[in-house]
Design a protein around this ligand. Structure first.
Ligand code: SAM
Length: 195
Protein backbone atom coordinates (compact mmCIF):
# COMPACT_ATOMS: atom_id res chain seq x y z
CA UNK A 1 0.00 0.00 0.00
CA UNK A 2 1.29 3.47 -0.75
CA UNK A 3 0.69 6.41 1.61
CA UNK A 4 -2.55 7.50 -0.07
CA UNK A 5 -3.98 3.98 0.07
CA UNK A 6 -2.95 3.69 3.73
CA UNK A 7 -4.71 6.95 4.57
CA UNK A 8 -7.80 5.91 2.64
CA UNK A 9 -7.94 2.58 4.50
CA UNK A 10 -7.92 4.36 7.88
CA UNK A 11 -10.37 7.04 6.78
CA UNK A 12 -12.77 4.26 5.75
CA UNK A 13 -12.16 2.44 9.03
CA UNK A 14 -13.04 5.58 10.99
CA UNK A 15 -16.09 6.26 8.81
CA UNK A 16 -17.58 2.81 9.14
CA UNK A 17 -16.72 1.75 12.66
CA UNK A 18 -15.36 3.12 15.87
CA UNK A 19 -11.66 2.38 15.95
CA UNK A 20 -10.92 3.99 19.31
CA UNK A 21 -9.18 1.84 21.90
CA UNK A 22 -7.85 4.12 24.60
CA UNK A 23 -9.91 4.22 27.77
CA UNK A 24 -9.77 6.11 31.04
CA UNK A 25 -7.63 3.44 32.72
CA UNK A 26 -5.04 3.65 29.88
CA UNK A 27 -5.03 7.44 30.05
CA UNK A 28 -4.38 7.28 33.81
CA UNK A 29 -1.41 4.94 33.31
CA UNK A 30 0.03 7.14 30.57
CA UNK A 31 -0.42 10.30 32.64
CA UNK A 32 1.25 8.53 35.56
CA UNK A 33 4.30 7.85 33.39
CA UNK A 34 4.80 11.53 32.50
CA UNK A 35 6.67 13.83 34.89
CA UNK A 36 6.05 17.52 35.18
CA UNK A 37 3.95 19.33 32.59
CA UNK A 38 5.49 20.03 29.21
CA UNK A 39 5.00 19.44 25.51
CA UNK A 40 3.54 16.17 24.20
CA UNK A 41 3.38 14.71 20.72
CA UNK A 42 0.53 12.17 20.69
CA UNK A 43 1.01 9.80 17.71
CA UNK A 44 -1.94 7.91 16.21
CA UNK A 45 -4.35 10.15 18.08
CA UNK A 46 -7.52 8.75 16.49
CA UNK A 47 -10.55 10.70 17.66
CA UNK A 48 -8.44 12.42 20.28
CA UNK A 49 -9.43 11.04 23.68
CA UNK A 50 -5.86 10.91 25.05
CA UNK A 51 -4.76 14.18 23.41
CA UNK A 52 -7.76 15.99 24.88
CA UNK A 53 -7.18 14.43 28.30
CA UNK A 54 -3.51 15.50 28.26
CA UNK A 55 -4.49 19.03 27.24
CA UNK A 56 -7.00 19.17 30.10
CA UNK A 57 -4.21 18.16 32.49
CA UNK A 58 -2.16 21.17 31.38
CA UNK A 59 0.19 19.64 28.79
CA UNK A 60 0.76 21.47 25.53
CA UNK A 61 -0.37 18.88 23.00
CA UNK A 62 0.25 18.26 19.30
CA UNK A 63 -1.50 15.20 17.90
CA UNK A 64 -0.79 13.33 14.66
CA UNK A 65 -2.82 10.79 12.73
CA UNK A 66 -2.91 9.55 9.13
CA UNK A 67 -6.69 9.82 9.00
CA UNK A 68 -8.27 13.17 8.20
CA UNK A 69 -11.62 11.67 9.20
CA UNK A 70 -10.29 10.84 12.68
CA UNK A 71 -8.71 14.29 13.00
CA UNK A 72 -11.97 15.96 11.97
CA UNK A 73 -13.82 14.15 14.75
CA UNK A 74 -10.98 14.81 17.22
CA UNK A 75 -11.09 18.54 16.39
CA UNK A 76 -14.84 18.66 17.02
CA UNK A 77 -14.41 16.83 20.34
CA UNK A 78 -11.70 19.29 21.45
CA UNK A 79 -14.02 22.24 20.71
CA UNK A 80 -16.82 20.56 22.70
CA UNK A 81 -14.40 19.97 25.59
CA UNK A 82 -13.00 23.50 25.41
CA UNK A 83 -9.33 22.59 24.95
CA UNK A 84 -6.73 23.49 22.35
CA UNK A 85 -4.78 20.74 20.59
CA UNK A 86 -2.60 21.22 17.52
CA UNK A 87 -3.98 18.51 15.15
CA UNK A 88 -1.63 17.42 12.35
CA UNK A 89 -1.97 14.95 9.50
CA UNK A 90 1.08 12.70 9.24
CA UNK A 91 2.75 9.32 9.42
CA UNK A 92 4.54 7.98 12.49
CA UNK A 93 7.34 6.88 10.17
CA UNK A 94 8.09 10.43 8.97
CA UNK A 95 6.97 12.95 11.58
CA UNK A 96 7.03 16.57 10.40
CA UNK A 97 8.88 17.98 13.43
CA UNK A 98 12.49 18.97 14.22
CA UNK A 99 14.83 16.93 16.42
CA UNK A 100 14.09 16.99 20.16
CA UNK A 101 11.02 19.18 19.66
CA UNK A 102 8.73 17.61 22.33
CA UNK A 103 9.32 16.60 25.95
CA UNK A 104 7.19 13.47 25.58
CA UNK A 105 5.86 11.22 22.87
CA UNK A 106 2.78 9.17 23.66
CA UNK A 107 1.50 6.45 21.36
CA UNK A 108 -1.45 4.37 22.43
CA UNK A 109 -2.84 1.37 20.52
CA UNK A 110 -1.03 2.53 17.37
CA UNK A 111 2.49 1.06 17.21
CA UNK A 112 0.91 -2.26 16.15
CA UNK A 113 -0.50 -0.45 13.08
CA UNK A 114 2.62 1.14 11.60
CA UNK A 115 4.03 -0.06 8.31
CA UNK A 116 7.70 0.41 9.26
CA UNK A 117 8.54 -0.21 12.93
CA UNK A 118 12.26 0.69 12.66
CA UNK A 119 11.51 4.05 11.03
CA UNK A 120 8.83 4.80 13.63
CA UNK A 121 11.01 4.06 16.67
CA UNK A 122 13.86 6.08 15.11
CA UNK A 123 11.48 9.02 14.63
CA UNK A 124 10.27 8.81 18.24
CA UNK A 125 13.86 8.81 19.51
CA UNK A 126 14.76 11.72 17.21
CA UNK A 127 11.88 13.89 18.39
CA UNK A 128 11.44 13.15 22.13
CA UNK A 129 13.54 14.97 24.72
CA UNK A 130 12.49 13.12 27.89
CA UNK A 131 10.25 10.08 27.53
CA UNK A 132 8.54 7.84 25.03
CA UNK A 133 5.38 6.22 26.39
CA UNK A 134 3.81 3.44 24.33
CA UNK A 135 0.83 1.24 25.01
CA UNK A 136 0.41 -1.66 22.62
CA UNK A 137 -1.43 -5.02 22.68
CA UNK A 138 0.26 -8.24 23.68
CA UNK A 139 -0.32 -10.43 20.64
CA UNK A 140 1.18 -13.42 18.91
CA UNK A 141 1.99 -13.01 15.23
CA UNK A 142 -0.96 -13.64 12.93
CA UNK A 143 -0.88 -13.61 9.17
CA UNK A 144 -4.31 -12.03 8.95
CA UNK A 145 -5.16 -9.76 11.84
CA UNK A 146 -8.29 -7.79 12.54
CA UNK A 147 -8.08 -4.03 12.42
CA UNK A 148 -4.97 -3.72 10.18
CA UNK A 149 -2.39 -4.86 12.71
CA UNK A 150 1.06 -5.15 11.13
CA UNK A 151 3.30 -5.43 14.22
CA UNK A 152 2.99 -8.03 16.96
CA UNK A 153 4.52 -7.85 20.42
CA UNK A 154 4.35 -11.16 22.15
CA UNK A 155 6.68 -10.36 25.05
CA UNK A 156 8.00 -7.14 26.63
CA UNK A 157 11.53 -7.66 25.25
CA UNK A 158 10.26 -7.40 21.67
CA UNK A 159 8.88 -3.96 22.43
CA UNK A 160 11.86 -2.71 24.44
CA UNK A 161 14.31 -4.08 21.84
CA UNK A 162 12.41 -2.19 19.12
CA UNK A 163 13.44 1.05 20.86
CA UNK A 164 16.84 -0.09 22.13
CA UNK A 165 16.97 2.55 24.86
CA UNK A 166 19.19 1.66 27.83
CA UNK A 167 16.78 3.10 30.45
CA UNK A 168 13.21 1.86 30.24
CA UNK A 169 10.37 0.05 31.97
CA UNK A 170 8.05 -2.30 30.17
CA UNK A 171 5.25 -4.11 31.92
CA UNK A 172 2.22 -6.15 31.08
CA UNK A 173 -1.13 -4.54 31.82
CA UNK A 174 -4.73 -5.66 31.67
CA UNK A 175 -7.26 -4.11 29.31
CA UNK A 176 -9.64 -7.02 29.80
CA UNK A 177 -12.66 -4.99 30.89
CA UNK A 178 -12.39 -2.49 28.07
CA UNK A 179 -15.59 -1.46 26.34
CA UNK A 180 -13.87 0.12 23.33
CA UNK A 181 -12.34 -1.71 20.38
CA UNK A 182 -9.45 -3.44 22.21
CA UNK A 183 -9.90 -5.98 24.99
CA UNK A 184 -7.02 -8.08 26.26
CA UNK A 185 -3.49 -7.92 27.62
CA UNK A 186 -1.19 -5.08 26.62
CA UNK A 187 2.28 -3.70 27.33
CA UNK A 188 3.08 -0.29 28.72
CA UNK A 189 6.56 0.84 27.66
CA UNK A 190 8.26 3.92 29.11
CA UNK A 191 11.65 4.69 27.56
CA UNK A 192 13.86 7.49 28.87
CA UNK A 193 16.02 9.63 26.60
CA UNK A 194 19.41 10.84 27.71
CA UNK A 195 18.99 14.62 28.00
C1 SAM B 1 -6.61 1.54 16.79
S1 SAM B 1 -6.50 3.24 16.39
C2 SAM B 1 -6.06 3.93 17.97
C3 SAM B 1 -6.45 5.36 18.09
C4 SAM B 1 -6.21 5.97 19.47
N1 SAM B 1 -4.79 6.07 19.78
C5 SAM B 1 -6.90 5.16 20.53
O1 SAM B 1 -6.22 4.44 21.28
O2 SAM B 1 -8.14 5.21 20.59
C6 SAM B 1 -4.97 3.37 15.46
C7 SAM B 1 -4.76 4.77 14.89
O3 SAM B 1 -3.51 4.80 14.18
C8 SAM B 1 -3.67 5.57 13.01
N2 SAM B 1 -2.56 5.14 12.13
C9 SAM B 1 -2.45 4.03 11.38
N3 SAM B 1 -1.27 3.96 10.78
C10 SAM B 1 -0.58 5.07 11.17
C11 SAM B 1 0.73 5.58 10.88
N4 SAM B 1 1.56 4.92 10.09
N5 SAM B 1 1.09 6.75 11.44
C12 SAM B 1 0.24 7.44 12.26
N6 SAM B 1 -1.00 7.01 12.57
C13 SAM B 1 -1.40 5.82 12.04
C14 SAM B 1 -5.08 5.25 12.53
O4 SAM B 1 -5.66 6.22 11.70
C15 SAM B 1 -5.82 5.18 13.89
O5 SAM B 1 -6.33 6.44 14.25
Amino acid sequence: MNEQEWKRAYDEAWRHRNNDCVEETDAELILGALDKKGTVLEVGAGIGMLAIRLAKEGFSVTAVDVSVEALRRAGEAAVREGVVVNWREGFAEALPFPDKSFDYITCCHTLEHVKDLAKTTAEFKRIARKKIVVLTPKQKFRLYAENYHTQFFEDPEQLSNAFGLPRYECREIDCIDHKNEFQGKAFLYVGELAE
